[in-house]
Design a protein around this ligand. Structure first.
Ligand SMILES: *Cc1c(COP(=O)(O)O)cnc(C)c1O
Length: 475
């Protein structure tokens, strides 16, 4: 008993009083306000040494929140890419809407468990409602289901596993199985092939046309060749918004072929999917509703903070039978009508992710999300036109909000790299690069809700400044 009394005193350090919480909360609030208020002028990239966090070891005793926030400010938030910045134009940004952090705080404080309906019927219903809404925007039937995941990589894994199981691909028939992708499929798909064992199947890379879209005529030829060889084509993976250049594969043509040859049609729309909400772009996605599975990343083009992905599967039973397993210690949770996220993905205990999507969508309404998407599309087209006026070579006209540029000579890889290095050293805006057929291209990905006309005009000025410094002459 004496021992328990002593332990309880130390154990209760984990439960601050409401006065203590207010003090801690206010410090964090000030930190966040300072961070966000300075964001417009802050660099998008600050190259720096690998930081050595001032506090390296966990000790038995307490450290003040001031000291901890100081480490966050001087080391974590001062070095590297600043993904919250509207001047982040590399990879695929998103920004991370602040109102999601309120939802995360609520979710973490109340710690509702949204894995099984028995544990929190309404938390699960909220997640399921978000899944239904996501299904509705791609015109999936209400019989479809899905899973809120940590991001596109896990979402693609879940979809590819469901396709494998639906077609009964296993160690006895994998050498006959055939999968079709393009050279611009995201590399997480290759990780998913590894995890699911599908790397042992035949994986065909279908050539792309000049706009970097899968050539569906060549896809048809490859499938027919494989059928003639006695192989079993079972999965076609299209991309709606490639990471390299933002290209959307011809979804409707691919849907025709998948229907004709009995293949599972998967669409990786991690980056591009939400652009279906822009009236002018809806037609690019024609055929997505005919697919078997779709991946979208709310932490990209729904502008939520990192840790939000979604996978949707049209045949609910295919998703459930690929993921649902029973356990004796879970028996009290069975027999509820509402389907549970734990039966539709690999996770059991999980973050209550629905809340960080539900709250911002209701708090702000859908209109500002839609406006942001259309604005990003137009800003990218503006950049694409303006950068050509500086003498740069560009890729095809952007279908969504990614464009690529380089110095125009065939042999300009070195000078283009020099420009990229200089932009990184300058750091006002962050660009990343890609390589296509041996040529280096700088990418401009407009996908943060904080990127507006100012940010793009200033980006043009930064590029102009660096070009002058390099003294490159367009021949
Ligand atoms: C970002 C992206 C992924 C990977 O998603 P993560 O959320 O980074 O795991 C997959 N596919 C495409 C097309 C992407 O743009």
């Amino acid at each position: 008993m004496e021992n328990l009394e002593k332990l309880e005193i130390t154990a209760k350090i984990l439960e601050p009083t409401s006065e203590e919480r207010n003090i801690l909360f206010e410090k964090c609030q000030n930190y966040i306000n300072n961070f966000l208020d300075q964001l417009k002028d802050a660099p998008a990239y600050s190259p720096g040494e690998y930081p050595l966090l001032k506090l390296q070891e966990i000790s038995e005793s307490e450290t003040s929140l001031d000291d901890l926030l100081n480490i966050l400010q001087t080391e974590v938030d001062a070095i590297g890419i600043n993904p919250a910045s509207g001047k982040h134009l590399g990879y695929i940004p998103g920004g991370g809407v602040w109102s999601s952090s309120l939802a995360d705080m609520l979710a973490a404080s109340t710690n509702r468990y949204a894995g099984v309906a028995y544990a929190s019927p309404a938390a699960v219903a909220m997640e399921n409602m978000m899944i239904s809404w996501l299904c509705s925007i791609i015109n999936y039937p209400s019989s479809a289901y899905g899973n809120l995941t940590s991001g596109g990589s896990i979402s693609n894994l879940v979809a590819i596993q469901a396709a494998r199981d639906f077609h009964g691909i296993n160690s006895t028939n994998i050498k006959q199985a055939v999968i079709y992708v393009t050279g611009h499929v995201h590399h997480c798909v290759s990780k998913a092939f590894h995890t699911t064992g599908l790397y042992e199947a035949n994986i065909r890379s279908i050539p792309m046309n000049k706009r970097f879209q899968m050539n569906s005529d060549l896809l048809k030829m490859e499938i027919e060749k494989d059928v003639a060889k006695g192989l079993k084509p079972f999965l076609v993976i299209a991309t709606a918004g490639t990471t390299d250049v933002g290209a959307v594969d011809p979804l409707n043509d691919i849907a025709d072929l998948c229907e004709a040859y009995g293949c599972w049609f998967h669409v990786d729309a991690a980056y591009g999917g939400f652009f279906i909400l822009v009236d002018e772009l809806t037609s690019l996605f024609k055929g997505i509703e005919r697919s078997d599975s779709v991946v979208m990343d709310p932490h990209k083009t729904l502008f939520l903070p990192y840790g939000s992905g979604v996978v949707l599967v049209k045949d609910r039973q295919a998703l459930l039978s690929s993921n649902s397993r029973k356990a004796a210690y879970m028996k009290d949770t069975y027999g509820i009508d509402e389907i549970s996220p734990a039966d539709a993905g690999p996770e059991l205990s999980k973050h209550f992710r629905g809340l960080r999507m539900w709250l911002p969508l209701h708090l702000h309404g859908l209109a500002p999300f839609r406006a942001n998407l259309k604005e990003k599309w137009l800003l990218c087209r503006f950049f694409h036109e303006e950068i050509q006026k500086l003498g740069f070579a560009v890729g095809p006209e952007p279908q969504l909000s990614v464009t690529i540029f380089r110095f125009p000579d065939i042999n300009s890889n070195d000078s283009t790299q020099e420009l990229l290095d200089m932009l990184h050293a300058l750091g006002t805006h962050f660009f990343s690069s890609t390589e296509i057929e041996g040529q280096l291209w700088i990418r401009c990905a407009v996908a943060s809700f904080r990127t507006h006309l100012d940010e793009i005009k200033e980006a043009m000025q930064s590029i102009e400044h660096c070009v002058t410094e390099i003294g490159y002459k367009v021949s």
